[in-house]
Write a protein that binds this ligand. Sequence first.
Ligand code: GTP
Length: 845
Amino acid sequence: MDKSDGCCSTHLIDGDGNFNVAGTDKFMKEVKLAECGLSYAVVAIMGPQSSGKSTLLNHLFGTNFREMDAFKGRSQTTKGIWMARCVGIEPCTLVMDLEGTDGRERGEDDTAFEKQSALFALAVSDIVLINMWCHDIGREQAANKPLLKTVFQVMMRLFSPRKTTLLFVIRDKTRTPLENLEPVLREDIQKIWDSVPKPQAHKETPLSDFFNVEVVALSSFEEKEEHFKEQVASLRQRFFHSIAPGGLAGDRRGVVPASGFSFSAEQIWKVIKENKDLDLPAHKVMVATVRCEEIANEKFSSFIENEDWSQLEETVQSQPVPGFGKKLTSILNICLSEYDSEATYFEEGVRTSKRKQLEDKLLQLVQPAYQFMLGHIRSGTLEKFKEAFDSSLNEGKGFALASRDCTKYFMSKFDESSADVDIDQANWDSSKVRDKLRRDIDAHIAAVEVAKLSELTTMYEKKLNEALSGPVEALLDGASDDTWPAIRKLLKRETETAVIGFSSALSGFEMDEVTKDKMLSRLQDHARGIVEAKAQVEAGRVMTRMKDRFSTLFSHDSDSMPRVWTGKEDIRAITKTARSASLKILSVMAAIRLDDTADNIEKTLSLALVDSRAAASTNRGISVDPLASSSWDEVPSSKTLLTPVQCKSLWRQFNTETEYTVSQAIAAQEASRRNNNWLPPPWAIVALAVLGFNEFMTLLRNPLYLGVIFVAFLLMKALWVQLDVSGEFRNGALPGILRISTKFLPTMMNLLRKLAEEGQKHANPNADPQRNPPPPANPNADPQRNIPPPAIPNADLQRNPSPPAKSLQSGTNNYSDASSSASSEVISSKKGTEYSSSSSKDKAQ
Ligand SMILES: Nc1nc2c(ncn2[C@@H]2O[C@H](COP(=O)(O)OP(=O)(O)OP(=O)(O)O)[C@@H](O)[C@H]2O)c(=O)[nH]1
């Protein structure tokens, strides 16, 4: 049943003892109690049924509790507990109208609700009004006695109860002055207190420790309404600022903050209903715990939905946010300060611990953003470091100095930036990210150092390559006694130059001496390696070089003029000289001699290959081949380019391949000799002169014979030249006869045809001598002009033995392929011969 007409009241607990949670929450919102903090008071009224409680409250606090209609008789109007806000009283004061005691409706034995509601009122209220009839004072069977007993008994069930003000309101006061009534009433109260069984801890506890007892008397509302109203108005004044020190309210130790009142009342009622003892301090902690947690959760949720935070979180995932630390600190501060202001009145321990929990949750939530931010700073710093480091190096700063300076500068930059990211609420550790950055920077420096050192090394190696390759090749090409000393000198000079340059370039790296020495020694080794590799390559071409040198020396005289084999030359001596010179190449190429140590390779080779007969004789017929070995004495295998066995084999091949040239020279020389001896012997000339005297005289007497003979000579000479008789017989008599016999007829025919053409031209009388000048005399008819010009050397092997030499030069580059060069030489030589003969034919024509 709704007893209140006013909007600001609620049925807190119904007659069946059910707590109206929804109605209470609604009421709390309507009266805006949550905003009151601790500045509110709760008043409750107890008393017998129909004792005018509602009437008093409505007049005292301006509430609208339903009152019983006086004309309908005394019956229960208030069931359960009602609550309303007092009108016009500051601070906010809530008043509870309790169901009347000793009501007929519940029966005499049903005092459970009475006790429960009394306990509830004592636990929740600051001031409890005990409504009682004046005439009950001093009476043994007074209606309020069981009520007071109940109040005192239940009070014992509260652990550490706060001191409550019991305001006894004496209704329908008589003419007896209050001064006289009050002592009697207090005596009654004391008696009841004394009679109440108490726990051991409170056996001696006086009533005043639990209650402030106040007494007020009011005239009858029904009989002296005006007086009643005046007295009520006066009483109302006592409720203003009731919570101030010295005010009507009792001590405020147990008060729960206004925002927790609803929950606190519900929990207290729940405990009371379960008939458990009510530990108010524990309850207060419990309420604080629940409420602070609610507030914390609420603040956490609102933080997640906070627009500033959402924007910050989203942005930081893709890019750094300037002023991140300050922004986040501010958003967190707002959230935490909201919590503080709402939870401020709750138990401090609980409040603080819940705040800590909220803070931890918030920090956990925002930590990834912090990590993102640190990540941006780390990667940004690393990139800037790389740029600055590169430009420092490009400016020519020493590597070690540049890396030191840049590292120091950018690590301090990181420290600055990470300090900006820090938030006030947390002492997050950025050292791991810092360490990672340091590792990345060190790795970059190491990588650049390796690259730069490799670049430098490559550069100096290339320089050495350029400085050594060509000259070494040239020196080896002119193999002589001075070759290796010259190479050693060159190597020393170029290596020293490179080492000095490399060493000064390395000084910027500030590396330890051992490493530096290692690098320099590697460069020196590289230089030696270049020479050794070059020597290896040149050793592979030793056969070509030997043959070149041989043919150069063999085919040219001391003035480098091509040799003409006239028959006077000592081919044996020339061959020996040329072979000795070639052997020199072999001995120079046989081993790498970069260390100035003497060896006897040349001696061994010369003994074994050139002076082999002399050696054999000195060994008294015992054939000991000094070249039957795979290594040289005093020369390590690593420095051996050509083993003795290889040298021997090469020499054999060389001899074979040059033999042809020598035999060609000998043949040419013999041919030359033969050509020079075409005159008959002197005795034959004398015999011819004696026997042919008559014929000679006949010719002198008849000059016509002389003309015939002259013409016959000319014809013979022309045939001689045309048929190249001397050339054809160069290769022997039989091949010469065969070739001349095949060429004879065509040559004759050609000769006769030309003569016929000449005859025709002379026979034509219309011919204009100016326009058709007589053809020049047939050059073939002039034996002087039919001599093949010496400018075509291939025409005559006597005059030019160079084609075979050329074929040797154009031989293979490797001694292993030398045999093929020999065959090509033969072909080339033959071609040269053919060319010269055809060339001389053309000339003759
Ligand atoms: N004698 C006397 N009667 C009063 C006084 N005040 C109110 N009444 C009458 O008492 C009756 C009950 O009044 P309520 O104010 O409804 O009493 P209550 O104590 O609230 O009643 P329940 O809520 O049912 O316990 C009404 O008829 C009132 O007119 C008073 O001061 N003296």
